[in-house]
Design a protein around this ligand. Structure first.
Ligand code: TUI
Length: 316
């Protein structure tokens, strides 16, 4: 059940992909997700290329399952990381925070599956034309760097616009969200925030606990004025940033304020002055569990939800 073109394309059991969260998505998390039947992803984020190579090799030492590397296209190292991914024969690449168009032919030459994250229909169509294998359509409910459209509005418009399989992301954290995404036409889901709160995620315990403590309106957006909006949980840092933003401060000053804040929260556990990037679904998450349980429970809950829907009868 729930076997889609995404499962066949990626050679995975469940069409569940782990988000490429900078600093959080190390090989440890990727191994856990891949071993549980999903697709684990190592986030290159802003890491130097040789560190990414080590992460890839560490994954391969611990698992023979398919996995991917996410390239954050704003990284100054993006080009070199593309080279390493090709050398190391990584099976799948996801990209974020930009248009990966110029790298597609190189990945194709190396037989690497490319799945870019896109926030709009127009970019999805353009990338389909140049030969990407699938698309991750990400709604604004997601954590980190975001687009404008909601998942609910974006997904059906993507289905109507492209023929390649695509994966829904943004606001998905359990079996109900998974089933809803499939109902709208997606052939898989990508989850970030849910996997941050896994046993295997190396995020500091304070980061995980901040997500568990969060309520529905805690995931706020900073940086709208810069053209690079980012969703993170409300704290001293987001308040200071939003105050500065109100004063119509220039881009550079805002960038300076945000520099290093994600690492501070993820690695040092400073959830007051660090950036606790997370999606709107954070309010739903109540526990830290092994990736295997997260995935199994999602599949079981999706089946239960589908049975419930089929059981609904009209008022005859
Ligand atoms: O990339 C993400 N989420 C991220 S990246 C990131 S790293 C960061 N660290 C500190 C400050 C700011 C960022 C944190 N979260 N998600 C995928 C995503 N990609 N969302 C939106 C996009 C996107 C946006 C524009 C993809 C393509 C795009 O194309 C524009 C163009 O050039 O056509």
């Amino acid at each position: 059940m729930f076997t889609t073109r995404v499962c066949k394309l990626l050679n995975i059991k469940y069409p569940i992909i782990q988000g490429g969260m900078a600093w959080v998505a190390t090989h440890e998390l990727a191994v856990a997700v891949s071993e549980a039947g999903g697709l684990g992803i190592i986030a290159a984020g802003g890491l130097p290329p040789e560190v990414v190579r080590k992460e890839i090799r560490n994954f391969k030492k611990k698992s023979n399952k398919p996995f991917g590397v996410n390239i954050m296209l704003m990284s100054p190292y993006a080009e070199d990381i593309v080279g390493i991914i090709c050398e190391e024969r990584v099976p799948v690449v996801t990209t974020g925070a930009g248009n990966p168009g110029k790298y597609i032919s190189k990945f194709k030459e190396h037989n690497i599956k490319v799945i870019p994250v896109v926030p709009t229909v127009s970019l999805a169509k353009r990338l389909e034309r140049i030969g990407v294998d699938a698309i991750i359509a990400e709604g604004t409910e997601a954590g980190g760097h975001i687009g404008e459209l909601t998942t609910m509005a974006l997904i059906p418009q993507i289905v109507d616009a492209v023929d390649i399989p695509f994966i829904a992301a943004g606001g998905i954290g359990d079996g109900r969200g998974f089933l809803a995404a499939l109902s709208l036409g997606a052939e898989g889901v990508q989850m970030g925030t849910r996997f941050v709160c896994s046993t295997e995620s190396i995020a500091h315990i304070n980061y995980k606990e901040r997500i568990i403590k969060s309520k529905d309106r805690d995931a706020v957006v900073i940086g709208r004025s810069t053209g690079r909006p980012v969703r993170a949980l409300k704290n001293e840092f987001t308040r200071e940033y939003l105050e500065l933003e109100k004063e119509a401060t220039d881009f550079e000053e805002l960038e300076k304020l945000a520099a290093g804040r994600l690492r501070l929260a993820v690695n040092d556990g400073d959830t007051s002055t660090g950036s606790v990037m997370a999606g709107q679904i954070a309010g739903l998450i109540e526990d830290i569990r092994p990736c295997k349980e997260i995935i199994q429970d999602m599949i079981n809950a999706a089946k239960a939800q589908l049975n419930y829907i089929t059981s609904l009868k009209g008022g005859e």
